[in-house]
Write a protein that binds this ligand. Structure first.
Ligand SMILES: [Zn+2]
Length: 114
């Protein structure tokens, strides 16, 4: 869908346009929703109402408690992130599990269990 450019700008300085994007948080599918997407860095912004609804839904499922801050450590040339045991348990991740890791934005990395 071709969106209309809005006057709002992204934190990267790019222009925003309306678009329909699949929304997913903590593995919960919220369907395809209207969002504002940056035409430069592809950052997606959801409106407040939708974010509230999503937050409620996530709280209901008790997934918010699974969020945690982790520190990046080093192993040789690679950076290492530790996966907290609660998250490992929830996602069924085990020692030597295969994951796919990819950036979905300048400040966001997604990890998917294979
Ligand atoms: Zn941007």
């Amino acid at each position: 869908m071709k969106g209309k450019l809005l006057s709002l700008t992204c934190s990267c300085g790019g222009k925003m346009k309306k678009a329909f994007v699949p929304v997913e948080f903590f593995g919960i599918d919220f369907g395809v929703r209207e969002a504002e997407v940056c035409t430069k860095c592809n950052a997606e912004y959801l409106d407040e109402k939708l974010m509230e609804k999503i937050e409620k839904e996530i709280k209901k499922k008790g997934l918010f408690g699974l969020e945690s801050k982790v520190k990046v450590t080093k192993s040789g040339n690679s950076l290492v992130i530790r996966i907290p045991p609660e998250i490992a348990k929830f996602t069924g991740l085990k020692y030597e599990s295969l994951l796919r890791i990819f950036p979905v934005g300048k400040k966001r990395i997604e990890i998917e269990a294979l």
